[in-house]
Design a binder for this molecule. Structure first.
Ligand code: SAH
Length: 257
């Protein structure tokens, strides 16, 4: 430690995009930080101010970014690592703990806190109704950190268990095939009327939400800014009335024996 100040590390979720959906706790952590660490587009969401250092890096250097954050906190800085949504959902919190576990022992003596945020699947579900109202699971479709066969297996077993599902990172230009494979798994295991929701850039100006039966789903409907929610076999669609377009989607809270 160089200064008199005790350093700290907060791993903060900034929510799905809209400033209203940042928790007061997360905002206070950002307001008190000396250093902000994160992936470039998330660091861009932080208002610059004097004496606040912004450390933005590329997405594929999570562990190095986590190590740098821990080093700065050990050096007496008030470090905030930012993620979108919730930091514990396919994001930086696990990377920080992995770096901590394998790093110098003094890192474990640090004041470390995780500040939760509204994760994409919950923001998207709220826009549509309550598609995650009964049992559900979240699956990251990126095969950067696990094999595609495991992703397909998990989707197959989630269908067998009749879970609703939320797919994060469904499709990127680097892996255009993966989501086609997952849609094929769904098309061979679910009836054609299974309801899917493609929710893009939820809570931002680019928000676009579509409710589509499985039979009409095409891979191009998803990109890296989309979260895909797959209903269970009991998920229901309720058309709005009173001159409003669109539908509500919900999954009933009970399943008959
Ligand atoms: N920690 C984040 C998830 C990071 S993984 C969270 O809790 O939300 C990145 C993926 O999250 C994207 O590929 C997309 O599937 C989803 N995502 C993040 N923000 C989103 C938003 N505003 N609208 C729709 N999907 C979003």
């Amino acid at each position: 430690m160089t200064g008199d100040e005790q350093g700290s590390l907060k791993i903060v979720g900034l929510g799905p995009g809209n400033a209203h959906l940042i928790t007061p706790e997360a905002q206070a952590a950002v307001d008190q930080a000396t250093d902000i660490v994160g992936y470039i587009p998330y660091v861009k969401r932080i208002e610059p101010r004097p004496n606040l250092r912004l450390h933005a890096s590329d997405n594929r250097v999570e562990l190095e970014r986590a190590q740098a954050a821990l080093e700065m906190a050990a050096d007496g800085k008030k470090v905030v690592v930012v993620s979108s949504g919730d930091p514990g959902v396919f994001a930086m919190a696990a990377a920080v703990f992995e770096a901590m576990e394998t790093g110098p022992e003094q890192w474990r003596a640090l004041d470390i806190e995780v500040c939760p945020g509204i994760t994409a699947m919950l923001a998207a579900a709220a826009r549509i109704g309550a598609p995650l109202g009964h049992d559900f699971c979240a699956i990251n479709l990126s095969d950067n950190l696990k094999p595609m066969e495991l992703i397909e297996k998990r989707v197959r077993l989630a269908v067998e268990g009749d879970f609703a599902m939320a797919f994060y990172n469904p499709r990127s230009k680097f892996r255009p095939e993966g989501f086609s494979r997952i849609l094929n798994v769904l098309k061979t295991t679910c009836t054609p009327d299974r309801v899917l929701m493609f929710a893009k850039s939820v809570s931002t100006l680019d928000e676009d939400i579509r409710v589509v039966p499985l039979s009409d789903c095409r891979p191009e409907m998803a990109d890296m800014r989309t979260i895909v929610i797959v209903g269970s076999s009991t998920t229901r669609i309720v058309p709005k009335t009173g001159g409003q377009n669109g539908v509500f989607v919900y999954t009933p809270r009970s399943v008959e024996a």
